[in-house]
Design a protein around this ligand. Structure first.
Ligand code: AMP
Length: 177
């Protein structure tokens, strides 16, 4: 497997990126933020991703969710954040995205980036926890459905505007509240 797949594990130790750590988790800044504020919460335990989660992971999943909300309350009271996991992550080590809902960022470039956060490709942290409680595993969409999510026609997440391309979406995001 390519070394880049493990780049988050390396970033967990990077003092420039690390914003919180304790004996169980690390919170880092996303190196290529897709919104004004974008963080990742990772467990110190070597959990590869959401696919293999089971009931034994319930307590760490809840801990990550609780600590994330505490962090956001402390630093970003009043801002709206989305907390969730990509259905098909690109990098190893379980990581929970904390992303502010402005999506104003130069690193947000492609329709795939956009759809990975604004369609059901983005699985809320609360859903992941509930799936584990109810079924003992995460109920993931089929791979073909995930692919279709990423190819969804662009749509603003706050209004009914359907931009024809990314520049038009990004222009619209500057004015849509
Ligand atoms: P995912 O598609 O859920 O695996 O998301 C991986 C996230 O990690 C993306 O939001 C990237 O911008 C971010 N990222 C990629 N490489 C690094 C890195 N070396 N350090 C921190 N964040 C990274």
């Amino acid at each position: 497997m390519g070394e880049w797949k493990f780049s988050l594990v390396k970033s967990m130790e990077d003092p420039v990126l690390q914003v919180y750590t304790d004996d169980k988790i690390v919170i880092i800044k996303d190196k290529y933020p897709k919104s004004e504020y974008h963080y990742l919460v990772l467990p110190k335990e070597n959990i590869s991703g959401i696919r293999l989660l089971n009931s034994s992971h319930l307590s760490i999943l809840k801990y990550m969710d609780t600590k994330a909300r505490e962090f956001l309350r402390e630093h970003y009271e009043g801002l709206v954040f989305w907390l969730g996991y990509h259905a098909v992550p690109s990098l190893q080590r379980l990581h929970l995205h904390l992303i502010s809902d402005d999506f104003k960022s130069t690193a947000l470039k492609t329709a795939k980036h956009w759809n990975s956060f604004t369609t059901h490709f983005f699985l809320p942290s609360s859903k992941i926890i509930k799936d584990i409680e109810d079924f003992g595993s995460v109920q993931l969409p089929e791979p073909s459905v995930c692919e279709a999510y990423l190819k969804t026609k662009l749509k603003c997440h706050k209004c009914s505007f359907k931009p024809s391309n990314m520049p038009s979406l990004k222009q619209h995001l500057n004015d849509c509240h």
